[in-house]
Design a protein around this ligand. Structure first.
Ligand SMILES: *Cc1c(COP(=O)(O)O)cnc(C)c1O
Length: 417
């Protein structure tokens, strides 16, 4: 198999998609620049604050900019939100109270939320269950569609306070939901209940023209070492939504009564602004890389989700590897094609918060940043590699080619046995 020739073929076939993605990045960039201009962003806002961080204009203005770019009433963005899981935890504990029910309406939430909800792990660590919050779930239909009827009937339980939607597939063999579908779920919830609608938006930002907050959800949550950090933010997360939901989460983030009034920026502000500036462009680079990976691996005989010809709703590309050896080879190839730690051969390990060993390729400038070229997968059937990122299409392409080479090597060794 001549991989160079295959890439040429891929790029010809993908030209219309790449043009569409270019337009998307332009419109996203215009949205960000409009928000920067209206908020009168100036260099003085990047100055670090310390201590309590009262009156940090850079921080407060970035909150306004996020709200504006995401069509939300309010938002907060903090380098001190440690991860996506932490941001989601702030959201869940911000909105739920003892006796309430959390209803996940898109099947099982992301692995790391199991212990937060209290579905796994030891009792007594302060999960939602420990605080008397109940949990229920409506599965997606076998074809991957939301079960609108099922959601409507689950809302007959009037203790449901949060209807929880996960946009991206996460580590599940499912498809990613579009913003339009999230809008329809939101309408369904509104018709039957006054519960908050909360969205795990990880990996979704800037992949479509609109975010879930533009179709009326109460709260949307994401990580800055994924899409909206643009590869620049060194840590952090955001929560955006209605004024009420964001205020409640602000009290949980810091302390009741204190809310979003404090929080020193410690010099992290400029990277967060710069990251948002880059985000529409960088997400486009990742999307192009994902399309290319889908094309190549499909031609090499692998099942991919989404298909190379499909329009995307997040930056994740899954490749079904069929066995642990191929999955490991795929991730090793991505690592060998990365800018940092390219000499390292990755191995599966027991990551905190995940049930099965996970293999992770992350030759990234920022640890675990997955808008940067990265791949991971739990070592369990059907051995899916979840691949994402690429700060530049050029480097993403090199990484994907290395992955293909490693996979072909294993296949050839197997054949010659
Ligand atoms: C990444 C991710 C999370 C959790 O983010 P961490 O930063 O790894 O804690 C939650 N949900 C989804 C869908 C994700 O992709």
């Amino acid at each position: 198999m001549d991989l160079k020739q295959l890439v040429k073929e891929a790029e010809a076939a993908l030209a219309p998609h790449f043009a569409r993605i270019g337009d998307l990045a332009e419109r996203g960039t215009a949205r960000v620049l409009d928000a920067f201009r209206e908020a009168r962003v100036s260099a003085s806002m990047f100055a670090p604050t310390d201590g309590y961080g009262y009156d940090d204009r850079g921080r407060d203005t970035l909150d306004e900019i996020y709200a504006r770019v995401f069509d939300a009433e309010a938002a907060f963005v903090r380098h001190s939100i440690l991860s996506g899981t932490h941001a989601l935890t702030i959201g869940l504990f911000g909105l739920l109270r003892p006796g309430d029910t959390l209803l996940s309406v898109t099947g099982k939430p992301y692995d790391t939320l199991d212990e937060v909800i209290g579905l796994s792990g030891e009792a007594g660590r302060g999960s939602l269950a420990d605080f008397g919050v109940k949990y229920k779930e409506v599965a997606l239909l076998p074809n991957g569609d939301p079960d609108y009827e099922g959601i409507a009937s689950a809302l007959a339980d009037k203790t449901v306070k949060v209807a929880f939607i996960q946009r991206s597939k996460g580590y599940l063999d499912r498809r990613t939901l579009s913003v339009e579908e999230i809008g329809r779920i939101t309408e369904t919830v509104r018709a039957h209940s006054d519960a908050f609608v909360m969205v795990d938006n990880c990996y979704g930002e800037f992949v479509e023209e609109r975010e879930p907050t533009a179709v009326g959800v109460d709260l949307m949550v994401g990580s800055l070492i994924k899409n909206p950090g643009g590869g620049m933010a060194e840590s952090g997360g955001y929560l955006a939504g209605t004024r009420k939901a964001v205020e409640l989460c602000g009290y949980r983030y810091s302390a009741p009564g204190v809310g979003l009034e404090i929080g020193a920026s410690l010099g992290q502000t400029k990277n967060m602004y710069k990251g948002l500036f880059y985000a529409p462009h960088t997400v486009a680079q990742a999307l192009k890389t994902a399309h290319l990976a889908a094309y190549l691996f499909e031609k090499l005989g692998f099942a991919t989700e989404p298909h190379w010809s499909e329009t995307r709703h997040d930056i994740i590309q899954s490749v079904k590897c069929e066995n642990a050896e191929i999955l490991i080879a795929f991730c090793r190839g991505i690592q060998y094609g990365s800018p940092v730690d390219a000499y390292v051969t990755c191995e599966p390990w027991d990551m905190p918060g995940y049930g099965d060993p996970v293999i992770m390729a992350a030759g990234t400038f920022t640890q675990g940043a997955s808008l940067e070229l990265s791949a991971d997968g739990p070592i369990r059937p059907p051995y899916i590699a979840y691949f994402q990122g690429g700060l530049t299409y050029e480097s993403g392409k090199i990484g994907v080619l290395r992955a293909a080479e490693e996979v072909l090597k294993v296949q050839n060794e197997r054949k010659s046995l």
